[in-house]
Design a protein around this ligand. Structure first.
Ligand SMILES: O=C[C@H](O)[C@H](O)[C@H](O)COP(=O)(O)O
Length: 262
């Protein structure tokens, strides 16, 4: 492990390394998106190289597809795979019921489709992502570009009708243009601060014409692996009702850092 890795990257690395231990040969895997999921792809590539693990991945974004290809992780489309054994992905917030906010990297739509098409979803994260209540992280909502201002106004009206106190909604930008998702849609971020009833909000948001999907993942995540910069990880399984504290070695071959450059 290079000395220059920050504590946060070490935390993401150990969470990813532990989660990849759940992978068995022959599995079809959903490959998440984001900086934590990128560590998972690197750890997976290392097991493929070192142990001859045989797996096929379904990437949840063009970025993850590119990384997987560059590291020699075999990939296929979801339509080819049809159903997956396991998805491993990051998250922006995780509550005590393992409900999530996702989409900080604008990949929530493919991520939700892939995770929902999996027998199991494991979320990997550093400890800062654990919260008592979702909502401090702005909730991403993917909307189609046609009539997006009307959709945004409807979103705001809906939040008023739900008595949500903070309902500031902003279009996510990429420089001076709206950010485009892999599906060529826009993202509206809802700055809610606190989401009292995430289940209800997730259902209501998806009823609004123009909304494609929202970043609330309710009852989708089965296991969370939380990493810390000193190598400690906590594995929490919501179905088994279990939680275990473990330690993961930082050791990895130098190959694992190949795509990071110098
Ligand atoms: O759209 C992006 C995804 O939902 C990411 O998994 C999420 O934003 C977490 O990303 P990171 O691991 O970079 O914090």
């Amino acid at each position: 492990m290079p000395a220059e890795l920050s504590p946060i990257d070490k935390a993401k690395f150990v969470a990813a390394k532990r989660a990849v231990e759940f992978v068995e040969t022959g599995m079809k895997l959903g490959l998440g998106t984001g900086s934590t999921a990128a560590w998972m792809v690197r750890c997976l590539a290392e097991r493929i190289r070192e142990e001859g693990l045989r797996v096929t991945g379904v990437p949840t974004s063009s970025r993850t597809a590119e990384l997987a290809r560059s590291l020699g992780v075999p990939i296929m489309s979801l339509d080819e795979a049809k159903w997956l054994d396991l998805t491993i992905d990051g998250a922006d917030e995780i509550d005590p019921n393992l409900n999530l906010i996702k989409g900080g990297g604008a990949a929530l739509l493919q991520e939700k489709i892939v995770a929902t098409a999996s027998d199991q979803m494991i979320v990997i994260a550093d400890a800062a992502k654990e919260v008592g209540c979702l909502g401090a992280f702005p909730l991403p909502v993917e909307v189609i570009p046609f009539g997006w201002q009307t959709t945004k106004a409807l979103l705001e009206e809906t939040l008023v009708s739900m008595d949500v106190l903070n309902r500031d909604c902003t279009l996510r930008m990429n420089g001076d243009r709206p950010l485009l998702t892999d599906e060529a849609n826009y993202i509206v971020d809802l700055h809610l601060k606190r989401i009292g009833n995430p289940r209800q909000l997730a259902l209501v948001l998806n009823q609004i014409p123009g909304v494609v999907e929202n970043g609330l993942f309710i009852d989708i995540c089965d296991i969370v692996v939380i990493g810390n910069g000193d190598g400690r990880v906590t594995v929490r399984d919501i179905n088994a009702g279990s939680s275990s504290d473990e330690r993961v070695e930082f050791a990895a071959s130098d190959n694992i850092f190949a795509d990071l450059g110098d």
